[in-house]
Design a binder for this molecule. Structure first.
Ligand code: COA
Length: 178
């Protein structure tokens, strides 16, 4: 599967705006920790911050050369060798075809093999069975849940913290059928 990650700082204005539109779409934002509308200024501030940040990175996911999603690292901790991460496949038409799984595989290998980190952690809303299923398959374990719940559609939603250790990944990796 032809998946590549392109640093968001290397893509053109059109792609940057595409990312903002994805992030504001309901099919993505409903599963994000924050779901307010992101205007151009806020989006630009995020890009500007990434230019000088040691603790955050973002890449556009391209599938056969076409931008289809985003992957991001935040709170990168070089001392403890841990990072938070998040991602989405924005385009409905390419969901469910293994692109999310392949992208996650690539990200994990980057974090453990190239960055030489030990652990990666993400937050998942409890009402996101697709992501939960995928993360479990990849060896992520529930570390706990945030004390505060998110209010979504008049329901209180738990936010789960899921993490993957390098050692667990080494156990799980050979059994993945990608
Ligand atoms: C989560 C997400 C990245 C998965 O990407 P995807 O390309 O659709 O997923 P894949 O086709 O690679 O499938 C990977 C696994 O996800 C699960 N999955 C995928 N589609 C599913 C569906 N419709 N129902 C249930 N599980 C599903 C399965 O476990 C699947 O593995 P399998 O094919 O071996 O059964 C994508 O759905 C997405 O971007 N969702 C919205 C944003 C989001 O939730 N991001 C994660 C925030 S924590």
């Amino acid at each position: 599967m032809n998946i590549e990650f392109v640093n968001i700082l290397d893509v053109d204005e059109e792609a940057i705006e595409l990312v903002r539109n994805w992030r504001n779409s309901k099919k993505v934002s409903q599963y994000m920790f924050t779901n307010h509308h992101i205007n151009k200024e806020e989006h630009q501030r995020w890009i500007e911050k990434l230019k000088t940040s040691d603790t955050g990175k973002a890449w556009v996911i391209k599938y056969d050369g076409k931008p289809i999603g985003l992957v991001q690292l935040s709170n990168i901790d070089y001392i403890n060798k841990t990072t938070e991460w998040g991602f989405y496949i924005a385009d409905d038409s390419v969901r469910g075809k293994g692109i999310g799984a392949t992208s996650l595989y690539k990200l994990i290998e980057f974090i453990f093999d190239e960055m030489k980190f030990e652990k990666m952690r993400t937050m998942v809303l409890e009402n996101n069975p697709v992501a939960l299923e995928l993360y479990k398959k990849f060896g992520f374990k529930k570390e706990g849940e945030l004390e505060e719940k998110l209010e979504r559609n008049e329901k209180q939603i738990d936010v789960l913290l899921m993490s993957l250790h390098k050692d667990e990944w080494e156990n799980v990796k050979p059994n993945l059928n990608l």
